[in-house]
Design a protein around this ligand. Structure first.
Ligand code: ADE
Length: 278
């Protein structure tokens, strides 16, 4: 009798250990490090320069720069262009570094008529405009599905509310570089960012994105990063500075203005970081 109850308790203990092990393996356990991501060299340059004593860790060929910015431990990485590259790098990032927050910084094409090159959009929500169905000429954008629990993801990925409010505070303290001498000082709005695997240099496509999604800016990575973070329950924020207006001049404007726009976005990000750490 005594032996049976001992065996029973032992079995329960082993069972609990197994449950703990399995759930531990599945639950994302964040560390006190914040991930700062961009797609291009220009987008992460200021961040890399701001790291004290940076270390370069190469994972599957991708360079991750770690160290401290102020008091905050950070990991800075360049994803490369497009949703697939952004997803791959974000997956490596979460798996290896387990950041507690992810912030994406970079440039975009402006869709809101008032936005000019140099202005910024803090993404309140992000959507992938090229995921869904196409029937004849009509594209029907649909929710993605989370492969972990088979649930539908939200159509729009909302920014983490804490990061969003920190970004709004930081925006008031950020001085952005003007893109041309004649232009007024750059402004920062909170808005909707749309993501797709296309560089948009078409008025027609730009207007369509604005109309369908009430979009303020279009880019090529944010929605993918937001989806991966959502599925792993990691707080995420996307910020973008306009290099162009996604119209027929977009490629030319992009070439001229990408450096300043990328720098502006990284400046805001550094101020967001100091809001988070104090
Ligand atoms: N990034 C910067 N400008 C862009 C545009 N017009 N379309 C997509 N991504 C961009």
């Amino acid at each position: 009798m005594l032996f049976r109850s001992f065996l029973c308790r032992k079995l329960i203990f082993v069972f609990c250990l197994c449950v703990a092990f399995v759930s531990n393996a599945q639950v994302y356990q964040p560390k006190s490090i914040i991930a700062l991501i961009g797609a291009l060299d220009e987008e992460i340059e200021l961040l890399r320069q701001s790291i004290q004593k940076p270390q370069d860790e190469i994972i599957h060929g991708i360079h991750f720069f770690t160290g401290k910015i102020g008091k905050q431990r950070v990991v800075v990485v360049k994803t490369g262009i497009g949703k697939v590259n952004a997803s791959m790098t974000t997956a490596f990032l979460l798996q290896h570094f387990r950041p507690q927050k992810v912030i994406f910084t970079g440039i975009a094409g402006g869709l809101h008529p008032d936005l000019k090159p140099g202005d910024m959009v803090i993404g309140k929500k992000t959507i992938q405009y090229d995921f869904g169905y196409i029937n004849n000429d009509t594209t029907l954008v649909r929710n993605t599905r989370n492969p972990i629990n088979s649930q539908l993801n939200p159509l729009y990925f909302e920014a983490d509310s804490v990061l969003l409010s920190k970004a709004q505070i930081a925006a008031k303290k950020t001085v952005l570089e003007k893109i041309s001498i004649a232009a007024a000082s750059p402004s920062i709005i909170v808005g909707t960012i749309v993501t797709g695997d296309l560089f948009v240099s078409s008025e027609k496509k730009g207007q369509q994105l604005r109309l369908l999604f009430d979009a303020d800016a279009t880019e090529m990575e944010g929605g993918a990063v937001a989806q991966i973070c959502w599925q792993q329950q990691v707080p995420c924020l996307i910020i973008r500075s306009m290099s162009d207006k996604a119209n027929s001049n977009a490629q030319e404007n992009f070439a001229h203005f990408k450096k300043v726009a990328a720098h502006n976005s990284a400046s805001l990000l550094l101020n967001i970081l100091s809001e988070i750490s104090h």
